[in-house]
Ligand binder design. Structure first.
Ligand SMILES: *Cc1c(COP(=O)(O)O)cnc(C)c1O
Ligand code: SF4
Length: 339
């Protein structure tokens, strides 16, 4: 771009963009309804002035990655599994990202000697059965690098599971061609891919084809979503989202309560509201479609499933169905006369 004269009317959103980068893929941009000021796709990807409001409870490292990082790019919080932050870039920048202070901010990924050190760390610890590749988005690696990493991990005898967490198959599906899917398949370890999507409209025909390429390559797919105010915090949207995963052979795994990342207050809803939505989901769709509603406890203590609780047992062993779960009725009873 040529050096422009100072804008007569500076765009106030530039303050947001200079703090947190902006990126939207063509596929996601095409889904945005410009006539809808509350479009759930736009809300996820377009900068918003409310991002400049940082609350005292918010934290640049909300889940405590740094405290559990034994060496650069590695987070080791649970004995049997370790995270590698492969690359700090993503094809889109989610406005609610829990790692927004590092993602897209020019941090180096894991490559060269740092990656060798990370691999040596795993090789020296037989308790580690699973290596989780995250970022940013690890599917930003080329197919060649993804394949090489897969082979290096599978060559460590005690690594049984290789798990990728990615938004690419949904937001940039052409990237996941059959070469890419094949690069993730390896003998000696099982490959799981956790697919991040938050709204049923994200499942375009191209995204569904990318998911099919992964499953057809022998990869197990699980879901991860963030429960977001204005995006998916109603029972119908949430049910449709889980059905979209199921239809595409993606087993619902986690529904994250939003983390306390800076400038994300406008996305957060109460845990009580999330629990009520989960109770409703339980009544509405197949057991296969139920994710675990989870919170990364601030400071990095652990992940905590948030419930809701459905039953209480009294000291005599009697069972009481609790409020959030109440209202369940067999279909026949739920039908009004004349149905
Ligand atoms: C979330 C997380 C994991 C993965 O947890 P699962 O419950 O197995 O999905 C692993 N390591 C760290 C540091 C994490 O934050
Ligand atoms: S894809 Fe994941 S890591 Fe990347 S911006 Fe979105 S939430 Fe953050």
């Amino acid at each position: 771009m040529p050096a422009a004269a100072p804008a007569l009317f500076p765009d106030p959103l530039d303050d947001v963009r200079s703090r947190y980068p902006e990126a939207v893929t063509d596929q996601m941009r095409a889904l945005i309804d410009p006539a809808d000021p509350a479009d759930p796709i736009a809300l996820q990807f377009l900068p918003d002035l409310r991002e400049l409001d940082q609350l005292p409870v918010e934290d640049g490292d909300p889940i405590g990655d740094d405290r559990f990082s034994p060496l650069p790019g590695v987070v080791h919080r649970y004995a049997d599994r370790v995270l590698f932050k492969m690359i700090a870039a993503c094809p889109v920048y989610c406005r609610f990202c829990f790692r927004r202070e590092m993602v897209g901010q020019g941090e180096p990924g894991l490559s060269g000697p740092a990656l060798d050190a990370a691999l040596a760390y795993v090789a020296a610890r037989p308790a580690i059965r699973e290596v989780i590749l995250t970022g940013g988005d690890p599917f930003m690696l080329s197919a060649r690098r993804a394949g090489e990493l897969t082979r290096q991990l599978a060559a460590i005898a005690h690594v049984e599971l290789i798990r990728w967490h990615t938004r690419v198959p949904v937001v940039d599906p052409q990237r996941v061609d059959s070469t890419y899917a094949e690069a993730l398949r390896v003998s000696g370890a099982a490959t799981y891919v956790a697919i991040h999507a938050n709204h049923p409209r994200e499942f375009t025909p191209a995204a569904e084809a990318a998911l099919a390429r992964l499953v057809d390559a022998g990869i197990v797919l699980v879901s991860q979503s963030v429960l977001l105010k204005g995006v998916n915090d109603d029972a119908g949207t949430l049910a449709d989202l889980m059905r979209a995963f199921l239809r595409n052979r993606v087993k619902p795994y986690y529904l994250h309560h939003p983390d306390l990342a800076p400038g994300t207050g406008h996305f957060r809803l109460s845990i009580a509201r999330g629990q009520a939505l989960m109770a409703q989901l339980r009544r509405t769709i197949s057991g296969l479609g139920q994710p675990t509603y989870i919170l990364d406890v601030p400071g990095g203590a652990s992940k905590a499933p948030l419930g809701p609780a459905y039953l209480r047992e009294d000291p005599e062993g009697g069972l009481e169905v609790l409020g959030a779960a109440n209202g369940w009725q067999p279909v026949a009873a739920a039908q009004s006369p004349g149905d």
